[in-house]
Design a protein around this ligand. Sequence first.
Ligand code: ADP
Ligand code: MN
Length: 265
Amino acid sequence: MAGKKDVFDIVSEKFDRRWKRDELIVDAERFKTYDEVFDHQNLEIIYRLMTRGHIKVLECPISTGKEANVYKAKTEDGFAAVKIFRTSTSTFRSFTDYIDGDRRFNRIDRSHRGIIYTWARKEFINLDVMRNNRIRVPSPRIVMKNILVMDYISYEGAPAPQLRILKATDDEWASMWKWVLKTVKALFEKCELVHADLSEYNILYDGKPILIDAGQAVHITHPSARQFLERDMRIISHFFEKKGIENASEKASDLVSKLMPEKKD
Ligand code: ADP
Ligand code: MN
C-alpha cells in the first residue's frame, strides 16, 4: 500500500542522495524553492513519472522562475527536462489572457489548479504541433497535471544557454536572425500559432537555435494574436539589432504585416 508518507519518503530519499553528492550547489535559497515546489502532490506526480519509467531521478534545478521550475532528470537512456508549474503562484490571472480566446481551449476547468493544468497541457500541445511541423523545439514526452517532461537540451555538457548569454560571431548572429524569421513564419503558417513570449530568453542554443517555453503560444485566431506577434517581433528584433543586424526591426515589421495584414476600414 502506497500511503501518503511512503511516496514522500521514497522521492525525498532520492533527492537526499543527490544533495549529499552535490554539496557545492546546496544553499538556503535553493532549499526554500525545494520546499515550495515539492509539496505532497508534486512528489506524487514525480513518483508516478518514476514508476512509469519516464524519469529515473531528478537531478539539479536548471531554472527557477516565477511560474515554473525546470529540472534536469536522468532517464533510462539519457536525460529529460522536467518543468514543474507552480500551483501556488499569484500571477496565474494573466494565464487566462492566453487561454481565453484560444479556440482550442474553450471548455476548461476554471479553478486555480484547473487553469495551471490547462497551461501545462497547452505547452505540451503547442510543443507537439511545433515538433510535428519541424520547428526546432524540445520534444514533449508527457504531461501529468502541472508537470511537463520534455527533451533535455544541452550544449557542451551543460544545459543549453539562452541566446541572451551566448557568444557568437557576426555571421552566426546573422544566420540565427534568419532562423528567427523563418521560424516565426513557419509557426504562423504551418502551426497556426503565435509564440507570444519570444525573446532572447526563450531561444536556447545547442549548436543551433532552438525555441522553448510555449505555454502561452496562442492560435492565430486569438483576438490578441496580432498584438502578441508584433510584441514578439519588436522584442526579438531589438535583441538582434544590438547584435549588429542593422535592418532587424524593419524586417520584423515587414513580416508582421505580411502574416497579418491590418484590416483597412
Ligand atoms: P519560464 O520562462 O516560464 O520559467 P522556460 O520554459 O522558459 O520557463 O524555462 C526556463 C529556463 O529553463 C529556460 O530559459 C532554459 O534555460 C531552461 N530550460 C527550459 N527547458 C529546457 C530544456 N528542455 N532543456 C534545457 N533547458 C531548459
Ligand atoms: Mn522562459
